[in-house]
Structures are given as structure tokens and as C-alpha cells.
Design a protein around this ligand. Structure first.
Ligand code: ZN
Length: 301
């Protein structure tokens, strides 16, 4: 039988990922991926821009997370910041940069960004660009969604300044979170996440795309602690992404009693367990989400 090679490290792969048969897995770089990619669900109405009480609360939480996210650039003032998968431009609007470009696949997202006064490119337009000379390019929980993440990284390399940085937020399959929660793990998200990266796999992919890794942060709050919280709710309530459904913009969602009960429990009495889980994962570098900062390989520090 013909063996299927890992697209990242080119070694032989396994037909399942910790008992999950929908995935292939590479034991060498720990990369996992769906055998069959789902059809894209990012319709033109994905970003509706609706507002209700939960989106009002969410805007404050988001502002705090955007503040943390900005710190990875390490610079006070940026000439050009490009955000890949910019959504409705909420984060890009918050960064300190003279010029900002949001790259977004969804037409509704691009329309909302334009109303916010941001420069906009579709993903296809960005992939044709070179020499935009950005000081910072962010890929915040994007690479796991696209069919060929390497083409977005290569385009990033072409459009990054000599001393520029890229910031990548991704889930980590080589985590305690995944090993413990398995199919209940929030970041598994098989409808949306085609690729499941490990620190080793992203490092390999970055080096093949012309980058060298500056740092990997295992302590990120934004997608790590929220991922643990959501995974505990999923596991106990037996449903899928309750909190996410409640706080994310524009998703029609009506939770049941069990969903609300377990959400309240894990946000209050159960929260010390969530926090402890986060702490242990971060210390042992087995976090369910990581942030990688990299620069061009040809220009060492
Ligand atoms: Zn591999």
C-alpha cells in the first residue's frame, strides 16, 4: 500500500490521531490533519456586525485580548501592520500603526473593515503581492483554517520588511488539552480546523518558508485559557462550543439548561480547576494554544 507522506516533514504518517479516524497524523513532527477537508463555511454573511448584550460584554473582553496580542510586535510604532484573516477588523483597528491592511476572505468582513476606514485586500489579492514591506504581519488563528497555510507564509515572507516580525497564534495538538479532552477539545473544531499544528511542525514549516523562530509563548491567555474553559463545558454539558455560541457576534444560538448550568459552574466554582490546568500546561509547554513570533531567516539579530 502506498504510504502518505507528511506535507511538513515528508515522513510516513499514521491513519489516525489518538483514536480519531477522521485525521491523519505524523509521529515525527506531530502534525495532524483532516483526511477530508470540509467545504468552507465562511459565507458572505459570516460577519453580520449585530449588537446585543453578549456582544457588548464580548467587546470588553476582546479589547483586553487585543491589548495582549499587540505586545508580541515588541515595537511602539509600526509603519505598516498587515493582519491576515482580519475578520471585521476589530483587532487591526486597535493596533498602533501608521498604515494598516486587513486581509480577509469574507466579503462581509471586508465591507465592515472599509466602514472602519481600514485598507482591505481579499486573500487572493494578498497572495499576488510582494514588497509591501510591512514591519508586522499577524496570522491570528488563521493558518489552521486554510487549505494551504504555506502559501500564506510565503506571501508573508515576500511582504515583510528586513527586520519585520510575524506573529502566529495557533492551537497546539501536542498539548495536555488535546490528550485529555480528545474529541471534546474546543480547538479540534473539525468543521473549521483543517490542520492541527505542533510547535515542532510550525517551526519546520516556518523554516521552509524562509523564517526563523524568535520565540514561542506557551502562556497566552486568549485562546489557551478560554479553550480549556470551553473544553470543560463541552465535556460536562455534552454539547459543542456553548460559550463560543453565546459571545461570538451574530451566531444564532439558544443554549439548553445543561449548557447554561455547566457554563456558570466552570466560570465560578470550577474556575480554579481551569486556572490550575492552564498553569500546569503553560509551565510544562503543553499548552492548547501557542503564539509564535518569527523573522526572516536571512536577517539574524
Ligand atoms: Zn511530519
Amino acid at each position: 500500500m502506498k504510504s502518505i507522506l507528511c506535507p511538513i516533514c515528508r515522513k510516513k504518517t499514521e491513519p489516525e490521531l489518538l483514536g480519531l479516524e477522521a485525521y491523519r497524523h505524523c509521529q515525527h513532527c506531530q502534525m495532524g490533519w483532516l483526511k477530508k477537508f470540509p467545504k468552507t463555511k465562511y459565507k458572505n454573511t459570516y460577519y453580520k456586525g449585530t449588537s446585543n448584550i453578549s456582544s457588548f460584554i464580548f467587546s470588553y473582553i476582546a479589547a483586553f485580548f487585543y491589548f495582549l496580542r499587540k505586545q508580541y510586535s515588541g515595537k511602539k510604532l509600526i509603519e505598516l501592520w498587515i493582519d491576515i484573516g482580519a475578520g471585521d477588523g476589530g483587532f487591526l483597528k486597535a493596533v498602533n500603526a501608521k498604515e494598516k491592511i486587513g486581509v480577509e476572505i469574507s466579503l462581509s468582513g471586508r465591507k465592515i473593515m472599509k466602514t472602519k476606514g481600514l485598507n482591505v485586500l481579499s486573500d487572493k489579492e494578498f497572495l499576488k503581492k510582494s514588497d509591501l514591506n510591512a514591519d508586522c504581519i499577524s496570522y491570528w488563528h488563521v493558518l489552521e483554517h486554510v487549505e494551504a497555510p504555506w502559501i500564506y507564509l510565503r506571501a508573508g515572507e515576500r511582504n515583510l520588511s528586513k527586520e519585520g516580525k510575524i506573529i502566529i497564534g495557533i492551537p497546539n495538538i501536542n498539548s495536555f488539552d488535546f490528550h485529555y479532552f480528545r474529541s471534546c477539545w474546543f480547538h479540534l473544531a473539525p468543521k473549521y480546523h483543517l490542520w492541527q499544528f505542533s510547535p515542532k511542525a510550525i517551526e519546520l514549516l516556518l523554516s521552509r518558508s524562509g523564517f526563523m523562530v524568535d520565540s514561542i509563548d506557551y502562556w497566552s491567555l486568549e485562546h489557551h485559557i478560554t479553550g480549556i474553559l470551553q473544553s470543560f463545558i463541552n465535556k460536562t454539558a455534552g454539547s459543542d462550543s456553548v460559550l463560543h455560541g453565546l459571545v461570538k457576534r451574530g451566531l444564532d444560538y439558544s443554549p439548553g439548561f445543561k449548557d447554561i448550568f455547566w457554563s456558570v459552574f466552570w466560570l465560578t466554582f470550577g474556575f480554579p480547576i481551569v486556572f490550575f490546568f492552564w498553569l500546569i500546561n503553560s509551565v510544562s509547554k503543553k499548552s492548547g494554544a501557542i503564539v509564535v513570533v518569527a523573522r526572516k531567516a536571512d536577517y539574524s539579530r
